[in-house]
Design a binder for this molecule. Structure first.
Ligand code: ARG
Length: 628
């Protein structure tokens, strides 16, 4: 792919001058930028405004037209935008790229010339193939010197706790984190996918207490994640009762056997006691193996199963030394703490750094992990994909680093948070949610849907449909979560997700299959594509195709804005706009092939159009039509 090839395509449609250069334009990755460049260049010549201002005055028309030049943005002194727009409408030179512009009073609106659009955009997309929409070069550390390597990002996500529930927060973290990791990859970054297991701390002490009281080798062998969760839940209830009893009248009573045993066990782990460490290691090994199977089912991969246990003692001491030097870590009544308030940071409280008995806290392990990872990976950026419930924890981590004098490092960290997850409930007889159970539930919901619609899926009635149902169930689950803005709460309604009604994963999969089967065995020959006759795109009957093209040119921009905000919903709503257009395309196709012509008349085509119109919430004027 070269700019020469692009220029040849443009010459083919009658655009002779080279693509004008604009710093903001990325004509190699985004075809609409070619249109913007020519348009901005003409505007500059006609009005004498600054080229970059001309470029930035153009935006997508959300209502009428494809592109709109917002004339007041040109900031031309002493010129009435009304007069200007009138003037420009009459004097705009003809170009093969657009139909003649029209003024809406203040702005100048343009429709793509549909024939040229097909001629330019189809080869453009086909040349790039699956790289279309990606921008690998944006991940270079130095654009001038690709040898300087790619930028490195560590994306930490999923991160369940050993022996505990895999709850809705872990599920969302897994789905959103996998999306973030892959969009960074599409943008050319070198990505490390890290799972930071909650495999250290007092909770593991409590798990050990549970094991000593209720553990069963047999049940552990049969289903380790479930058995550990069961016994952890059991001990949790007892421990809660103990804590409540100890707090009667607000007076702490010293007698708290479970709490003491928990703290002692964790202390032993931190002191390297061989038996304690061996038990922990056994739990960890078995659980990680199980998790890896479940993640494979989700098609999610990790480069590293790290965990709180990996943080080295020396690094925690290093953190504390720095904090103490700056006078930030203080000895409190119960433990060593950070006094954020004393350092002018209200609202962050006085979190514990190290407990009285010398053991580390979640905060201390997290801060130390930042230092270790920055040494190990020299990352340009590290992203924590963790529920909004931990907002203040991450503020504490970042602020602690700043107070230690690690401001630059703290600036490379980002907490990407998300709202609650509702609607999931544990399988009966389990103490809480487990990833395997969630996936099983999705699978059953889809199986049920397939069975109740057996007429639509005759091919699935003969064999075993469970694999198909599993893949579709996961598709449904992920689509549901990725379709909404992160900050919103997601409601997982399995019965609703497992249908073709509306904007579901099954709807996407259905259309993907339709497109694939239509294209099966079809290859595009680049030369014939260049020399094809595109005049049919001017016919009204082909408007549904042109609308698809109009959407396709937007794709690189959609990916970019999704990347900027780390919002998957930008891409998902784009995909749903696309599938909304496809029924109309299918109808045109059927008609052109002369199949069932008797059944398909004007009316059906209009019906098909109705779909596209309803989707966009606006009438779609035909090309070149000037709205009055
Ligand atoms: N294991 C934690 C939990 O389940 C999430 C870990 C988030 N990551 C971190 N670096 N603290 O709540």
């Amino acid at each position: 792919r070269s700019s020469d090839g692009l220029q040849a395509v443009l010459e083919g449609v009658g655009v002779q001058s080279p693509i004008p250069q604009f710093p903001l334009a990325d004509t190699q990755n985004s075809p609409v930028d070619i249109y913007l460049s020519y348009l901005a260049d003409t505007l500059t010549q006609l009005t004498g405004c600054e080229p970059s201002i001309a470029y930035e005055s153009i935006q997508w028309a959300n209502d009428v037209g494809d592109l709109v030049v917002v004339l007041p943005r040109l900031r031309l002194p002493n010129i009435d935008p009304k007069v200007l727009s009138d003037d420009l409408q009459h004097n705009f030179p003809d170009t093969p790229l657009y139909a003649a512009p029209f003024s809406d009073g203040y702005n100048l609106r343009f429709f793509f010339d549909s024939c040229t659009l097909a001629q330019v955009v189809l080869p453009y997309i086909i040349d790039r193939g699956s790289a279309y929409g990606k921008d690998e070069s944006s991940g270079f550390r130095d654009h001038e010197k690709p040898d300087a390597g790619r930028k490195k990002v560590v994306v930490e996500f999923s991160s369940p706790n050993l022996g505990q529930e895999f709850d809705g927060n872990h599920l969302r973290s897994t789905i959103i984190g996998a999306y973030i990791a892959s969009i960074y990859e599409s943008m050319g970054w070198d990505v490390c996918r890290m799972n930071f297991l909650g495999d250290w701390g007092k909770n593991i002490g409590l798990l050990a207490v549970a094991w000593f009281r209720f553990g069963s080798e047999e049940l552990f062998d049969a289903d380790p994640l479930k058995h550990l969760l069961d016994i952890y839940t059991k001990i949790g209830e007892l421990f809660k009762a103990e804590q409540e009893a100890a707090k009667v009248d607000g007076v702490e009573k010293p007698d708290a056997p479970i709490g003491e045993e928990r703290d002692e066990f964790f202390k032993k782990m931190e002191d390297g006691d061989p038996d304690a460490v061996a038990l922990w290691e056994r739990f960890r090994k078995v659980c990680v193996a199980k998790y890896a199977e479940l993640y494979a089912r989700l098609n999610v991969d990790f480069d590293e199963y790290s965990g709180e246990s990996e943080v080295r003692h020396e690094t925690t001491v290093e953190v504390e030394t720095a904090l103490k030097e700056k006078g930030v870590e203080e000895e409190g009544d119960e433990a060593w703490i950070i006094n954020f308030k004393g350092h002018g940071l209200k609202g962050l409280g006085k979190p514990i750094v190290r407990h009285r008995n010398g053991t580390t806290s979640y905060l201390l392990r997290d801060v130390a992990a930042v230092l270790e990872r920055s040494r190990k990976y020299s990352f340009d950026k590290m992203i924590y994909v963790v529920s909004a419930k931990q907002d203040s924890h991450f503020q504490q981590v970042f602020k602690a680093l700043e107070l230690m004098g690690q401001t630059e490092l703290a600036g490379r960290l980002q907490h990407v948070s998300f709202g609650k997850s509702l609607g999931l409930s544990p399988n009966s007889g389990t103490g809480g949610l487990l990833l395997g159970d969630i996936l099983d539930q999705c699978q059953s919901a889809v199986l049920e849907f397939l069975q109740t619609h057996s007429d639509d899926f005759p091919e699935l009635q003969t064999g075993d449909a469970s694999d198909v149902a599993d893949a579709l169930g996961i598709m449904a689950l992920m689509t549901e979560d990725l379709s909404i803005k992160r900050a919103n709460n997601v409601v997982f309604d399995l019965a609703k997700m497992a249908t073709y009604d509306g904007y579901t994963g099954l709807t996407l999969q259905y259309w993907l299959d339709q497109v694939r089967s239509k294209l099966r065995g079809f290859t595009v020959d680049r030369d014939s594509l260049m020399n094809a006759d595109y005049s049919m795109f001017m016919e009204d009957a082909y408007l549904p195709f042109v609308d698809v093209l109009r959407l396709l040119v937007q794709f690189p921009g959609i990916v970019k804005s999704s990347f900027r905000a780390l919002e998957s919903s930008t891409i998902l709503s784009y995909l749903f706009r696309l599938v909304d257009l496809l029924p109309a395309v299918w109808d045109v196709e059927t008609m052109q092939q002369g199949e069932e012509v008797g059944d398909l008349g004007e009316e059906q085509i209009e019906d098909a159009w109705g779909v596209a119109e309803a989707d966009q919430g606006k009438p779609v004027p035909s090309l070149g039509e000037v709205p009055t």
